[in-house]
Design a protein around this ligand. Sequence first.
Ligand code: SF4
Length: 391
Amino acid sequence: MISMPLKTLSLYIHIPFCARKCNYCDFLSFNAEKELMDKYFDALEKEISKSAEEYKDMTVVTIFFGGGTPSFADEKRVCRLLEMIKAEFDVSDDAEISIEVNPASAMRDKLFSYREAGFNRLSIGCQSLSDDELKILGRLHNSSLFFETYNNARDAGFNNINVDVMSALPGQSLDSYRETLSKVLDLKPEHISAYSLIIEEGTPFYDMELDLPDEDSDRTMYHETKRMLKECGYHRYEISNYALGPENDEKYECRHNKVYWARGDYLGLGIGAASMVRNVRWSNTRDIRGYVKELSALESSFDKIRENVEKLSVQAQMEEFMFLGLRLVQGVSLDCFKEIFGKDISEVYGEVIDKYQKIGLLEHSAGDKKYLRLTDKGLDVSNTVMADFLL
Ligand code: SF4
């Protein structure tokens, strides 16, 4: 019998609980009574088991516990979910297994438990090392708690740590942002995600009068990020993501997020979690009580918790291939495009590629010319360029 090539899958597990809502947060997260949290974990366990049956022909290569704040929940329940996943899915031996933690709740013992359970990558929500800025953001930690968490994580054996930082914060000066970055860089985490704050409708910040840095300062912070991180031995591999090591060294690049950008198959478990498997996309209900109720039924079916199920047309697949792939500094592979869609990229996007090449925002990779990518200038205005790839 001929064995089929391995099909790979990435898992995202949503833990929606937080001690308190931050002022800028528009993620699906909230505080909840212990009883509801317990029921949620019971439901998640059931979703894991049923999904493992559905996807038993696939090998899990990355797992990401995000939120919310996974570290706010009982670590025994979190670790038990991972144990179940390992027992019921086919998880590859070298899978990347990440968990997001918040310095306000990631106590030393918890970090040791995570490491012992098999988590091998930690993502710490630092955001800033100015206590004033953290207060304005509504974060529950201060800078010393961040350092404590970081050191505890190293003690627990985490040798692949991401630190999230944010720029363009209310009241933030360029010097203060530089100070945050340089203190983070002194620690030499393996990965840094650097985002600028976006004020989303429906968040407390949206209705507040904020002293936000102007557009020029925002741009300067963005350029400072690139400069300072490069100087300290990081390479940028995606618009907002940097990994320790020289260009093209993938060792510390986040494999899980790269699956999203490369349009690999991923399955999201828990409320609000998005999935895309074999070009079918859907998201789980955002209603925690509905989710718990459906999954506690003896013969629960996924139909009741999955919403917006959509089989992607070839056109939608091409669009996604382009605007997700162009987020990567490496760009999109011309060979992959041809292999997947049976056409040269120029047949579909010739005009728009020409337009942006002429003004220096797009280019072919040097030497082999096998990739089409945004130039440095193009990455700075990526949203505008990517929007033109919608057919
Ligand atoms: S910790 Fe994260 S998910 Fe929770 S409220 Fe703050 S920003 Fe939102």
